[in-house]
Design a protein around this ligand. Structure first.
Ligand code: S3P
Length: 172
């Protein structure tokens, strides 16, 4: 039967640098739940940063790992807060799995606000490297389509992480 959202794992999605990890940590503390950053878990278990996985094994290999880890976590955990990479929802299987089994929250941020964060995250994200500002803007726009699958949209641009986490807790 239908499992109420507050009894499910929480999954935070959204574009790189939107605040998934920051807000997710605040929410997990607020709800006394375990917090797991899936990219961080993958890099710890593989013994290399995500940039290094992209460079040596390639994006396709990373996407396979991402799918396996998210699937396992969704099945094994019951009340965790999971922050997933901004590209995770590119995979239909991950979208379907999370929508059916978790409470999916979109960290939403308008381009005008997001672009001010670009200098802070540019070097640590393989997807942003070797791209012009226009290409990054185009990527931002096309990514919005995959983020349409969610249960609740959170304003992650103009409110504090604390307020964003509170809005999520209230919705649950
Ligand atoms: C990616 C986002 C990153 C990370 C990888 C690919 C993407 O996660 O998974 O660099 O394709 O958008 P964050 O959204 O946490 O930066």
């Amino acid at each position: 039967g239908f499992v109420p959202y507050h009894e499910r794992n929480i999954v935070l999605i959204g574009f790189m640098g939107a605040g998934k990890t920051t807000i997710g940590k605040v929410l997990a503390a607020k709800l006394s739940r375990e917090f797991i950053d899936v990219d961080e878990l993958i890099s710890t278990e593989r013994g290399m940063p995500v940039t290094e996985i992209f460079r040596t094994l390639g994006e396709e290999a990373f996407r396979r790992m991402e799918k396996e880890y998210i699937r396992e976590l969704c099945l094994q955990k019951r009340d965790a807060v999971l922050s997933v990479g901004g590209g995770a929802f590119l995979q239909e299987e991950i979208r379907d799995l999370c929508m059916a089994n978790a409470a999916v929250f979109l960290m939403d941020i308008p381009w005008e606000q997001w672009k001010t964060r670009l200098p802070l995250i540019r070097d640590s994200r393989p997807i942003l490297q070797n791209k012009t500002d226009e290409e990054i803007r185009a990527l931002y726009e096309t990514r919005q389509a995959i983020y349409e699958r969610h249960h609740f949209k959170v304003d992650a641009g103009s409110q504090t992480p604390e307020a964003a986490a509170q809005a999520m807790a209230d919705w649950l």
